[in-house]
Each structure stands twice: as C-alpha cells, then as structure tokens.
Ligand binder design. Structure first.
Ligand code: SF4
Ligand code: SF4
Length: 414
C-alpha cells in the first residue's frame, strides 16, 4: 500500500513548537541580555546576543529585508503553508475549536451552540488565553519579570496597560467569534499570498488521474476548516493545512487503498522542477546576497563607538599661558555584551600629535551595552581660529575602536 501516514500529528507538533518558541523566546537570555526584545527606554534592540542601538538600525533593515525575501520565496514555493502549519492565528483558531469540542459544544456558522454553563466556561478560557497572548506580545518590549512586577504593583505604564487591554480584547473576539473569518476575509498576508502563488506553487490537489476512484464520501469537505471543496480544484482560500489529505487517507485506508489527495508542486503536477523558475531564482540569489551583506556588516560592526562635541553650556577659555581650554561632552557606547574598559585620546588631525585632555578620560569602565556621557577639557595652543580635533577611543589594551572629529571654536575672553 502507498504511503497513507497522517500529517495531522506532525502539523500539531509543529504548531506547538512555534507557539512555545514565541511564548518562551522573551524569557531566554544570552550574557544576561534578552534573546529578542525591543528596549524602548534605551532605544535599542536585543537580537540573539547583540544589542543594536537606534543608529545601528540599518542592520535591522537588512534583517527585515531578508525576512521579506524569505517570506516571498516561501510563499512562491510552498504557498500558504505558513497559514496552515505555523501561523499563531491558525493555532488560536484550532485551539478554540478543539476546546469547544472538548466541552461538547458545536460551532455552527461561527456561533457556539450548547448549554449556557459550558459556553461560559469556554469564554472564561478564551479571556485567560487572550491575556496570556497579549502579555506575550508585551514581553517583546518589557522584560517579562519586570512586566509581572509592574503589573502586580500597579506600575505598568499606561501605554503598556492600554496595549494589554486592546490586545486581549482583540484576541478574545478572534477566538470567540471570528477565527477562520480572519484568515479568509481580513488577513493581509493571505490576500498578498494570492498574488504570489502561481502554477508552480505547492498546493493540495486531487489529480485528474485519481478522480475516478473518488467515492464521493465528502469527508475531505467536512474536514476543511476553510469550507473548501478541494475536488473542485485549487482555491485561494486553501491554507495548505492538509486536513483534507488526512481525511481522504483515513477513508481510503479502510478500503485498503491509497488516499487520493496529495501535495503537488505545480497545478498540473509538473514536479519539483517547477521550483527553479524565473521568479524563484532571482529571489533566491537576492536572499543569498543580502545574507552575505548582513554577515559582513555585523563583522565590521565596532565594539564601541564615540561621539564628541563642544559643550553648549561652557564657553572655551584663553589661558594665561597662551593655550585654550575647550570643554567637551563625549558619549561612549559599549556595543559588546561584556564589561569593558576604554581610554579617550585626542590628536591634531593635521600632524597626528597627541593633545592634552583633562578629566576622566582614562580607564572608563562600561557594562555591556552601556552608554555613558563623559565631560572633559581639551587643552590646545590658542590660534584665534576655528580648528579641528580628532578623538580616538581605545580599548584598555590599546586597540583603536572608534574615532570622531570635532570642531574647536575660539572665544576671545579669558
Ligand atoms: S482544502 Fe484541504 S488543505 Fe486546503 S484548507 Fe481545506 S482542508 Fe486545508
Ligand atoms: S475524502 Fe477522498 S474519497 Fe472522499 S470525497 Fe474527498 S476525495 Fe473523494
């Protein structure tokens, strides 16, 4: 007998895996920093051990472009497989329908039918789950332990509280009333996918050659969450979940026959060579190119950065000995995840001669990801003209990490 294994258990395992990943990712830490979190107060993104500050978000742009290309390529090749196998919205709809079934409730035209107390119990479950999902979303912005502390002590920021309530209400309405309606009529990704899918894309089909064996039992149609009759051919609402395939295999199994429905590349079943076509190849090449660029950009990323400018509050002074004292503010950002020490030195960019700095410019110790302001005074010969200075940031062991130029303006007063 041909392969009649069911895909349902694999789909559910995959859904659980993705859901657990989304739920637990904000709790994970690398070098005591969140694996993935947008930190609003410091305007930085923690991404798998790296901390990107807002001025480095061009790296995030690369990352987003790569995600977009992966999404385009996956959709072109595998169709709406994300919708059926991984999308949290599908998982929530599946969970809502599964829990309704466990309470012996029927779902008829999106409405729950059954005894009042069972429906009430299910709605309570939906509310709890809605708050969990909405909290999970917030954990990508607020460290989960801080989130619970702020929630319990009533210190959650009003914006976060508003997001929690709006998110929970949306998820509750989705689970209780909307479910597949979102996938069918509202999801922009679903609409977008219909533009991308073509005759080479992976799709569920009942091939013409198998149609004569169909016993018209209707099991495939009854099992379809999108209310599609796959026997009529591919339809854009199909989310590639494979339930119809399982239903048919179960029926045909009893007759000692292989199932009729299968996953096929290409509407005419023209096989895997459909993968290599003028739409997928340029996208795949673009994806590889962007990945190489991202790796290169991450490799070239400095360990620490330095910015410096003359103080707006304290004017430069001409000293008795003919020198000028200029007051500077500098900002050092330790972009590593470990505690590191730094020295700031100043040089004349014209002749490379080191200039005198007074202030805490040596052995500056910063925690991983820390951004610190340092105030110091630069002593230069008084020239009466605007000139330039080069500040260099070195590691404690003398490696140059960053440099920045700044202007020295003069003030005739003593
Ligand atoms: S037609 Fe089959 S694969 Fe498509 S949504 Fe319905 S059950 Fe899922
Ligand atoms: S489940 Fe299979 S045999 Fe039954 S109607 Fe659908 S395609 Fe035909």
């Amino acid at each position: 007998m041909q392969n009649n294994r069911l895909l349902g258990p694999w789909r559910r395992r995959f859904q659980w895996l993705i859901s657990l990943l989304i739920l637990l990712l904000p709790w994970g830490r690398i070098d005591n920093v969140s694996i993935l979190r947008i930190d609003i107060p410091s305007l930085s993104l923690h991404l798998f051990g790296a901390t990107l500050r807002i001025e480095e978000l061009y790296l995030l742009l690369f990352f987003c472009l790569i995600l977009v290309l992966i999404f385009l390529l996956t959709t072109l090749v595998f169709g709406r497989v994300w919708c059926g196998w991984a999308c949290p919205q599908t998982t929530l709809s599946d969970l809502a329908e599964w829990s309704a079934g466990k309470l012996n409730l029927k779902i008829n035209k999106y409405r729950l039918q059954g005894p009042f107390w069972r429906k009430a119990l299910l709605h309570i479950f939906f509310v709890v789950l809605a708050f969990l999902v909405s909290s999970n979303f917030l954990w990508y912005f607020i460290e989960p332990r801080n989130y619970f502390y702020a929630l319990v002590t009533g210190q959650l920021h009003p914006f976060a509280l508003g997001t929690l309530l709006i998110g929970a209400t949306t998820v509750y309405l989705d689970m209780a009333f909307l479910r597949r309606l979102i996938c069918r009529d509202f999801c922009p990704y679903g609409r977008f996918q219909t533009v991308l899918i073509d005759k080479t894309t992976l799709a569920l089909q009942l091939p013409e050659s198998e149609a004569p064996r169909c016993i018209e039992c209707g099991s495939c149609v009854r099992s379809c969450p999108m209310e599609i009759d796959i026997r009529q051919g591919y339809q854009i609402e199909c989310i590639n979940c494979g339930r119809c395939l399982d239903a048919c295999r179960q029926i045909m199994n009893k007759r000692q026959q292989p199932g009729l429905i299968g996953y096929y590349f290409g509407v005419n079943g023209d096989g895997r060579h459909a993968l290599f076509n003028p739409r997928t190849l340029p996208l795949a090449l673009g994806l590889v190119g962007l990945l190489i660029l991202l790796l290169f950009a991450v490799k070239m990323r400095p360990e620490a950065t330095l910015k410096a400018s003359m103080s707006h509050h304290v004017a430069s002074r001409r000293l008795e000995n003919g020198n000028q004292a200029s007051f500077f503010n500098a900002w050092i950002n330790n972009r590593t995840t470990t505690k590191s020490g730094f020295n700031i030195i100043a040089k004349d960019p014209n002749n490379g001669q080191e200039l005198l700095l007074k202030g805490p410019t040596r052995n500056i110790i910063l925690e991983g990801g820390q951004n610190q302001k340092v105030d110091f005074v630069l002593i230069t010969p008084f020239t009466g003209k605007t000139s330039q200075v080069r500040f260099i940031l070195n590691s404690i062991d003398g490696r140059q990490l960053s440099e920045t130029d700044a202007l020295i303006t003069t003030n005739q007063s003593r």
